[in-house]
Design a protein around this ligand. Structure first.
Ligand SMILES: *[C@@H]1O[C@H](CO)[C@@H](O)[C@H](O)[C@H]1NC(C)=O
Length: 312
């Protein structure tokens, strides 16, 4: 009788828990592109602070996250894009008991050591910016699954609500028209580069310097057909986001991450195992910017990093 009530108590909680796993490419494999049959999460992140999470709701994995328990932000979230569907935002954020020693469920009142909590963001001036975006969620379960703090990083409000949202829309258009509509499968990975500051200067949650996104589209034989990437600066200067080729963004990100990981000189960032460079990567410069505020070149140079692609 006692056992039964314990089981019943645990049941409604356990159906909405994410799973921390040893190898998410095996435990929840459907979210990583497999160009030329190579399973390909971004590489370079080794160390015990990184936890692999299968983001699960109602017993179904919706996407995968690599979480940095030291900086208390994700490194990236990976998902398959299958088309955009309307679903309601519940705006109810949860945390992951499995990341904490001895924590049974998310209603238990304990101080979270290995992850961010709502209190860290409160009055910090930063949004809880989604990595796997709720905007592109393909089902209500999936939308709910994105509202975990393990899928969020501090994002400047202007950047989140203007340019980055327009970037997500731009990618939705590209993936829908250029990949799904011609019968290819689309995979996306979204991540952040840790910056120098933390929320409220408390040292608990690191503020990213950049947000980035990359996609790889495959045909039925796992041949890479289309790819592209975006990167934007995470501040309120309203800097534009640039569309890059996957091949160009890899060395750029390697450089940015190396500044963070000065202890890992051979850090090398790759997207899609270096197997998704495609002829249809865009070669024209594409800029996504806030429609309300067009920037002059002078302003851009002052507030924002110059775009290296222009010099190529
Ligand atoms: C996503 O892209 C498709 C194709 O361009 C478009 O029909 C749809 O309205 C887009 N969704 C949003 C929310 O922009």
């Amino acid at each position: 009788m006692k056992l039964l009530s314990v089981v019943l108590l645990l049941l409604p909680l356990s159906i909405c828990l994410a799973e921390v796993v040893k190898d998410f490419t095996k435990s929840c494999p459907g979210f990583f592109a497999t160009p030329n049959d190579v399973v390909s999460p971004p590489t370079g992140f080794t160390g015990t602070q990184y936890k692999q999470i299968c983001q699960t709701r109602n017993n179904q994995a919706e996407f995968a996250t690599l979480y940095d328990t030291e900086n208390r932000i994700p490194v990236y979230s990976a998902y398959r894009f299958t088309g955009q569907m309307k679903c309601n935002r519940l705006d109810k954020w949860h945390t992951e008991p499995e990341l904490e020693a001895g924590m049974q469920d998310q209603n238990q009142k304990t101080c979270l050591v290995n992850q961010a909590e709502n209190g860290d963001y409160k009055k910090s001036g930063y949004d809880r910016g989604h990595l796997a975006p709720v905007f592109l969620a393909t089902s209500q379960n999936c939308a709910d699954a994105t509202f975990t703090l393990t899928n969020a990083a501090p994002q400047a409000a202007m950047f989140n609500r203007n340019t980055w949202m327009r970037t997500e829309k731009n990618m939705n258009d590209t993936l829908t028209k250029d990949c799904l509509n011609v019968g290819w499968r689309a995979f996306v990975v979204t991540g952040v580069v840790p910056g120098t500051d933390t929320l409220k200067n408390e040292g608990r949650v690191r503020i990213p310097s950049h947000f980035w996104m990359a996609f790889c589209c495959l045909d039925n034989n796992n041949k890479p057909k289309h790819s592209g990437a975006y990167i934007g600066q995470n501040n309120d200067n309203d800097c534009p986001v640039y569309r890059w080729s996957v091949q160009d963004l890899e060395p750029e990100l390697t450089e940015l991450y190396r500044k963070q990981f000065h202890n890992i000189p051979d850090f090398h960032f790759t997207f899609f195992a270096g197997e998704c460079y495609t002829e249809t990567e865009t070669n024209e410069l594409q800029i996504i910017e806030n429609k309300k505020r067009k920037m002059s070149q002078n302003e851009r140079n002052k507030d924002c990093q110059s775009n290296k692609r222009q010099k190529l």
